[in-house]
Structures are given as structure tokens and as C-alpha cells.
Design a protein around this ligand. Structure first.
Ligand code: ZN
Length: 412
């Protein structure tokens, strides 16, 4: 028997909950996510959580642990959210987790025959796990720590408070969501019914990681109209849409993901397809700074205009759609939410590392919809790949951090 969080994790990763982009027009995108939702609902009921709800239409699970404070005192209602689905990057079916006790700090061979190895040089965070116990895959699937580690930790925290009614705390709100990986994790999230004053998504990586900043994000589609004629007689007549598309790309390709890090924003061309007559370029625009983000959008529009005037007609059109916003501008007005989590980590003996996410989170969308929601670590890493791993001791520490987050406002 392992600790509750590890037992939870091993049980949840064996359930395939892969979400699929191609069916993202409905939520849940895949029916199999319900298998875990129903299990979580049942486990919450058995543990004695209150107001356990399974939203059958959209596959969300909610529960509450009411305040048991004996003295009347105003403490915040704190929410915890994790997503049940896994990425479609690698299969999540028949996950066979393997536990490595007392990890020696060396490269981990997952599949000897296929030479699937988790290398310390590629995953330097492994160094911090030396001497601890790891959960890894057999190399044929992902592990699913993103975000079943978060689910397992929230469930272990809930179990603790439900089994220890003598420990006083304020109201705890729990939410498990589908389809985070296809961008719809909180599309149908019931913020009013959830009834938290603020919340945390438990969906980060390395122990100590925490973030309340993410990108401002937009997606863009550039359509290029060409002109096809016989290539043998094309001189000064043909307009090759593919070449024109590359000409546009060259105006934005300097700041790309592979050249940027930290607070560096970028343009990223996702796909290009087409022929001489017509080409379509899909790309995304990202920046933490909202001014620079607006400038990037303007740069794209300017470049399109510049090319149209160069060719003397409207061959380029671009459509830009905002995807999500940096939650920092909301959360920095209520920074105590971050400070509680930082203090909760310190009390668990963990040095917090607050850093910007180079992506988005469900919490970003929730923060703009009225539920402020920074993101904290899960102790699992290498997400979306076969090399994913989770550290047992770190997951256990994160359960302590979640407990501290609940208890801190009560002790003030
Ligand atoms: Zn995740």
C-alpha cells in the first residue's frame, strides 16, 4: 500500500480519458472521459463529501466540504480544480505505471527494445528526484500525470479533511473538468454553483512551480490569393500563392517559439497548405505583455497591408481571433491569493518558484469570468509524451501544500 495520493493516481491513470480535438465541438469530446468522472463522483460520495454533482450533459464533477469552524469567522471559500482528460499527443490507453524506488539519478530506460529512454539531459528536473521514488510509463503511452496527478492530490486532500473532522477549516470547493487539452476545459464550468471566493488549478509541473501569469493569445488565418497560368508562359503573370505565403511568413518568423523563452512573445506558424491559386497559413500570436500583444497584432495587419500594396491588389487577407488573456491583470489586484499559496509551500518546506506560464490555463479563462484562479504544481513532468513521470514524494508534499492553503486563512 502506498499513500492515498499515490493509490489514487495509480487508479486514475489506468482509465483512458484522452480528449480529441476533432470532436471538440461537443463537450465532452470523448465519451470515455465519463469513466473517470463517474468514478470520482462515487469516490467523493463514499468519502462523505457534500453536494456531489455530476453534470451529465458536459461531464463535470463538483463537490464541497462545508466549513466546520466552531467559532463564527469569515474565512474564504477556496476552490481546487483539475482536469480529467489527457492529451492526444500520445495514447493514454492501457497505461502501465511502473514505480522506481530510490531513483539513482541516471537515465531511465522505459523500453529497452525500442530504445525509449528518459534522459536526464532532456529532463534536467530529474536531478532533483534522485533518492526519491518515481512513477514512469513502459514507453508505449503517456502517463497521464497531466492532470491526474492534480486530481489525485485534490482527492487525497479531500479525504484528509473528511476523515479528520476535528481539523477546522473553511468551505472547500472541488471541481474536475473535461477537455482541458482541447481548449474547452471551462467552457461549461458552473462558477456560480461552484461557489468559491477564489480557486487554484492544480495543473503545473515541478514541485514549487506556481504561476498567475500566462500569455495573451490570438489565432490567425492568412489567406493568399494567387494566379495560376502555364508555368512555361508565366513570366510577369503568375502569382504563386505558396511563394507569396512564404513572403508573409518571412515578415514574422524572427520571433518564433524556438527562439524565445521567459517573457519573450512570439508568432508561430502552425500549418500551411495550398497550391498556386490559393494558400492558407494558420499561425498563433503570443505575448505576456498586453501592449506588446496588441502591437504584434498590429504588426501582422501592417505587414499584410504592405504586401497588398506591393502587389497592387488585395492578395492577402488575415483574420485574427483572440483566444485568451493573461490572468495577471486580474489576479494582481488580489495578490494575497498567490501569497497564501507561496506561504503554504514554504510551510511544507518547499521553495516557491513563481514564473510565467508560456501557454494558457483553464484558470486564465476562469479569472476573466470572475473566479480568480492561479495555477500550482502537480509534481509530474514531461507532459504530453512517453517520458512523462511523477515523483511520489513531491505529490505527497503537494497534498500538504493544498492542506496548508485551506488552513492558512483560518489561523489568521
Ligand atoms: Zn494539464
Amino acid at each position: 500500500m502506498y499513500s492515498a495520493v499515490v493509490e489514487n493516481f495509480l487508479r486514475y491513470v489506468k482509465i483512458d480519458t484522452q480528449s480529441l480535438e476533432q470532436y471538440a465541438d461537443k463537450t465532452p469530446s470523448t465519451e470515455k472521459q465519463r469513466d473517470l468522472a463517474v468514478l470520482l463522483r462515487d469516490e467523493l460520495l463514499v468519502l462523505g463529501a457534500s453536494n456531489v454533482r455530476y453534470d451529465e450533459e458536459h461531464c463535470y464533477v463538483y463537490a464541497e466540504i462545508p466549513s466546520n469552524l466552531r467559532v463564527k469567522k469569515r474565512v474564504p471559500k477556496i476552490g481546487f480544480i483539475a482536469h480529467m482528460d489527457t492529451s492526444e499527443a500520445v495514447s493514454g490507453a492501457n497505461v502501465k505505471p511502473r514505480i522506481i524506488e530510490n531513483y539513482d539519478g541516471e537515465d531511465i530506460v522505459l523500453d529497452e527494445k525500442l530504445n525509449i529512454v528518459t534522459r536526464v539531459s532532456e529532463f534536467p528536473m530529474l536531478k532533483a528526484c534522485k533518492g526519491k521514488s518515481l512513477i514512469v510509463t513502459d514507453g508505449s503511452t503517456l502517463l497521464g500525470g497531466d492532470d491526474k496527478a492534480g486530481v489525485a492530490e485534490i482527492m487525497a486532500m479531500a479525504e484528509y479533511f473528511l476523515r479528520h473532522p476535528e481539523v477546522e477549516h473553511g468551505k472547500i470547493c472541488i471541481g474536475f473538468t473535461p477537455d482541458e487539452e482541447v481548449g474547452n476545459g471551462v467552457a461549461f464550468f458552473d462558477i456560480d454553483g461552484f461557489d468559491a471566493d477564489y480557486a487554484y488549478t492544480v495543473d503545473g509541473g515541478e514541485l514549487g512551480d506556481m504561476s498567475y501569469e500566462c500569455f495573451n493569445a490570438a489565432g490567425a488565418t492568412l489567406t493568399v490569393k494567387g494566379k495560376s497560368v502555364h508555368p512555361g508562359y508565366a513570366k510577369n503573370i503568375m502569382k504563386n500563392a505558396i511563394t507569396l505565403a512564404y513572403e508573409f511568413i518571412s515578415t514574422i518568423s524572427g520571433e518564433c517559439p524556438e527562439n524565445t523563452e521567459g517573457y519573450g512573445g512570439f508568432y508561430h506558424v502552425d500549418s500551411i497548405h495550398g497550391d498556386v491559386e490559393k494558400a492558407v497559413v494558420e499561425f498563433i500570436i503570443r505575448d505576456h505583455d498586453s501592449k506588446k500583444f496588441e502591437q504584434r497584432i498590429q504588426t501582422v495587419r501592417n505587414n499584410v497591408e504592405m504586401l497588398n500594396s506591393k502587389y497592387g491588389e488585395k492578395r492577402f487577407t488575415v483574420e485574427i481571433k483572440e483566444q485568451y488573456r493573461n490572468m495577471r491583470e486580474r489576479i494582481e489586484k488580489e495578490l494575497y491569493i498567490v501569497e497564501y499559496a507561496v506561504e503554504a509551500m514554504r510551510r511544507a518546506g518547499v521553495e516557491p518558484k513563481v514564473s510565467p506560464i508560456r501557454g494558457g490555463t483553464d484558470g486564465a479563462r476562469l479569472s476573466f469570468d470572475g473566479l480568480l484562479c492561479p495555477n500550482i504544481c502537480t509534481g509530474s513532468e514531461g507532459h504530453h509524451g512517453r517520458n512523462e513521470f511523477a515523483c511520489i514524494e513531491d505529490m505527497e508534499t503537494i497534498v500538504e501544500i493544498l492542506k496548508n492553503i485551506v488552513l492558512l486563512p483560518c489561523s489568521e
